[in-house]
Design a protein around this ligand. Structure first.
Ligand code: AMP
Length: 379
């Protein structure tokens, strides 16, 4: 099987690694350089997009901000999965919200803003405090504002108006501020025959809007709720492949924050913690193979490596510590790799995280230090 991935970053790279044992070959289309590359070496294959599409058995995507003309060409080939509609829902918060409403899935109250008048209607409808997010192009907390007091409204409007004017079809989605106790996500796969297999929920810690730590958790009631919402969204989209839903946990009641129509950073723990990792299950689903077991085989926490390209030897030497680099050039804050920390019990993972915190400094890994501090005060 040959799969063409739109996007040539770490997710395509990890699909390639997971696909090799199944004889699934991956090539990746870098939308920035407009070249088809090998996802591990980044060497160009010499193919243009049209011939890569012809040669592929299946086409998929590793991110949702794909130019619409490229999506249209891929859709026309009849080979694109999950579906271009699902990708559009992930890339435009207006469509995402509508899709969640259509699927009957709870999400934060919202109002779409295009004009100053809309902004005032949003304040009436949604209330203050509110979170304002650009409909297009925002991710990892970028393109967002917080309206905490009414007297900030005009200052924030000036920035939002500039944002709306800068991009065609741009708008702002105003959302009620959700007083969540934690953020969790559910990653799962749906195959073409409708079979759904979800992983255990992950609890996620973000720093400045970027995921920094993800831990697989066991919570039967929350898992059931999340699975039901996952199935509703996946079915309403006719989804095939791996899908991630990000939730706010409001004291045991879940609200969907975001749909990610792809393999997801909060599912990287599955590489060591589950019987079949998310990358393999995405490929199995889109290549019409049976889904692999999503069973948790060891307790795992994933730590993102942001803006660093080196780890102390002592970290590499620790048992149960698995390092995944993405082969990228170092840049401040850039996702460079991740570490999966595994143990026989959650206690043993916590001990390893405490050991790691002695080697990984606070400035680069603030969430790890906070997590260790909190667990030691709870113990
Ligand atoms: P997003 O890009 O939508 O995932 O937002 C980035 C982060 O902002 C989330 O991970 C939350 O921590 C926070 N956030 C987003 N929307 C809301 C909301 N409606 N209420 C409270 N916090 C939010």
């Amino acid at each position: 099987m040959h799969v063409l991935v739109l996007g040539a970053g770490q997710l395509a790279r990890m699909m390639s690694l997971a696909g090799a044992p199944l004889n699934i070959q991956i090539s990746a289309y870098d939308v920035n350089s407009e070249t088809v590359v090998h996802p591990l070496t980044q060497m160009t294959t010499g193919n243009d997009l049209a011939s890569a599409i012809r040669q592929a058995d299946v086409i998929t995507a590793e991110f949702e901000h794909i130019p619409l003309d490229i999506l249209a060409v891929c859709e026309k080939s009849g080979k694109f999965l999950p579906s271009t509609e699902a990708i559009k829902a992930g890339g435009d918060r207006r469509i995402e919200k509508k899709r969640l409403d259509d699927a009957g899935v709870k999400n934060a109250r919202y109002f779409v803003i295009q004009t100053y008048e809309d902004f005032h209607k949003a304040i009436e409808h949604v209330g203050v405090p509110m979170v304002l997010k650009s409909a297009l192009g925002g991710y990892d907390g970028k393109g967002q504002w917080r309206l905490k007091e009414l007297d900030q409204a005009d200052t924030i409007w000036a920035e939002m108006a500039e944002c709306i004017a800068a991009t065609d079809h741009q708008a702002i989605v105003a959302e009620e501020f959700v007083p969540f106790v934690r953020e969790v996500s559910l990653v799962g796969a749906r195959s073409a025959n409708g079979t759904v297999a979800v992983y255990p929920l992950a609890e996620n810690v973000h720093t400045n809007g970027v995921l920094s730590l993800s831990t697989a958790i066991t919570d039967q009631a929350l898992q059931e709720q999340a699975k039901q919402m996952f199935t509703a969204v996946a079915e309403s989209l006719g989804y095939v492949g791996v899908l991630a839903l990000e939730f706010f946990d409001v004291s045991g009641s879940l609200l969907v924050n975001e749909i990610a129509p792809r393999v997801h950073n909060s599912g990287h723990w599955t590489q060591q913690g589950s019987e079949t990792c998310q990358f393999e299950n995405h490929l199995r689903a889109i290549c019409a193979m049976p889904l692999g077991s999503t069973r948790l085989i060891r307790e795992t926490t994933m730590i993102n490596i942001l803006g660093e390209d080196r780890l102390p030897e002592a970290v590499m030497a620790m048992a149960g510590v698995h390092v995944h680099w993405y082969g990228k050039v170092k840049r401040s804050g850039r996702k460079m790799g991740h570490i999966n920390v595994c143990g026989d019990s959650s206690g043993s993972v916590q001990n390893k995280l405490s050991d790691l915190a002695q080697w990984l400094d606070q400035a680069a890994y603030p969430a790890l230090h906070e997590f260790v501090r909190k667990s030691s005060t709870q113990a």
